[in-house]
Design a protein around this ligand. Structure first.
Ligand code: NG1
Length: 409
């Protein structure tokens, strides 16, 4: 799966009888740690990767979006940019495009425009779809940037490097906007796709949204391998995802009400937690909540609290170049997702075991789970063994990458 820019430009021209004016590149992301906690407002540690969605566009002055993709089986679409924009069938890929359009056209970012913008677009990707690598959020971000370009905003080349406050606002709006497709998601993916940073993972904090680069040691390697089950967020997987967000909220609310500790979520990722007192308090919260929550709610709550703590320890380990420690935290995260949050599958569990047996320092499912991929981390000198062990999951290496970019043709 290789991206061919010349081919994209040529096919665009063949399709729309004029060359594109811009190409937008939006990377996917691998979430390294901090799974199923962004929607609780807790910090996460994803990394934008060197696989991306590419969108070639040309403003069309027709007040409509016409969009197609080079991927087989995705029907081209067109719709008016007059809002409200009506959702298509559940599972329709164009819903992500509509989500971005509705968000941007009804939001505050394009206040100076005079008429609804429209554009023609062709999409290509070297980012595999439905693998838990945020191809859908990359599409949402790419569409949003296409509207921003069409509205005439300049200086977009390294949009987030040059204008971080614009990108933070955009990421926030798009996180809310992507819920248009029916998933009650958090804000990790849009922030990572937009604001990733080369050679770095990023810590994403919420309320308010903030992104902090965390340098990835150059001798750490990340391998992605696919479980064979699609991580599609429509139908049953979407229902389980939305149920988990509800369960998490209810468990936290109940614990808060009874323990009177509304700030306990923040505490889990707080500096203070690393201190002796903080740790005591943390154990205390878990013990007390065990007495008041039913067993399922308790396990959901335990995942959230322990995962938040693992994120802050993982950031520390990454900054200190402690691979073994980082790897252990990844594997512990997987076990928690497997046992407490129940979003793993036998196939994902088996792949994590294979990765570890092949010499990975740690491995876990990445993304929402219930299919999709694992990420394994290993020292660069052991990568061949890990790739060979995971060969049945068509493994590939990913590198940290910068976030979205816009280039003029
Ligand atoms: P995926 O399905 O991997 O793109 C989803 C959510 C994230 C986060 C993770 C679980 C969306 C767009 N993304 O990611 O916000 O909650 O699950 O950590 O809903």
């Amino acid at each position: 799966m290789m991206f061919d820019r010349t081919m994209l430009l040529q096919r665009f021209e063949d399709m729309y009888a004029a060359p594109p004016t811009h190409v937008i590149r939006v990377p996917g992301r691998v979430n390294l740690i901090g799974e199923h906690i962004d929607y609780c407002g807790l910090s996460v540690l994803p990394m934008a990767i060197d696989r991306a969605v590419w969108l070639a566009l040309r403003p069309n002055h027709l007040e409509k979006i016409r969009i197609a993709t080079t991927a087989v089986g995705f029907t081209p679409a067109e719709f008016s940019t007059l809002t409200p924009i009506v959702t298509g069938q559940p599972g329709d890929w164009v819903n992500y495009v509509r989500a971005a359009a509705e968000t941007i056209l009804t939001g505050n970012l394009l206040v100076h425009r005079t008429s609804p913008p429209g554009f023609d677009a062709l999409i290509d990707a070297d980012l595999p779809l439905a693998m838990g690598l945020s191809s859908s959020s990359a599409l949402v971000v790419a569409t949003a940037l296409a509207l921003v370009v069409t509205a005439g905003m300049d200086d977009l080349e390294h949009v987030c490097e040059n204008n971080p406050s614009f990108c933070l606002e955009l990421a926030d709006e798009l996180a809310r906007g992507e819920r248009y497709v029916g998933t009650a998601g958090g804000g990790m993916d849009q922030a990572a796709c937009l604001m990733g940073c080369s050679e770095c993972a990023i810590r994403v904090d919420f309320d308010p949204l903030a992104v902090t680069p965390v340098p990835v040691p150059p001798d750490w390697s990340f391998v992605i391998a696919h479980s064979g089950d699609k991580a599609e967020k429509s139908g049953a997987a979407q229902q389980v995802y939305n149920r988990r967000t509800e369960e998490a909220r209810r468990a936290a609310q109940k614990a808060w009400n009874i323990l009177g500790e509304p700030e306990c979520f923040q505490m889990a990722s707080d500096e203070g937690l690393r201190s002796y007192e903080g740790l005591l308090e943390y154990t205390d919260i878990l013990e007390k909540s065990k007495k008041i929550l039913d067993s399922t709610s308790y396990r959901r709550f335990r995942h959230i609290l322990t995962e938040a703590r693992r994120v802050s320890h993982a950031e520390e380990a990454m900054r200190a170049g402690k691979l073994a420690q980082f790897g252990k935290l990844l594997t512990a995260s997987h076990r928690s997702l497997q046992d407490d949050y129940e979003v793993s599958t036998h196939q994902l569990d088996a792949m994590v075991d294979t990765a570890l047996a092949s010499g990975a320092s740690g491995a876990r499912l990445t993304g929402a789970g219930l299919g999709g991929s694992i990420v394994a981390i290993c020292p660069a000198n052991n990568i061949e063994n890990v790739l060979a062990g995971l060969s049945y999951g068509t493994p590939f290496i990913v590198r940290p990458s910068e976030g979205a970019t816009v280039s003029l043709i």
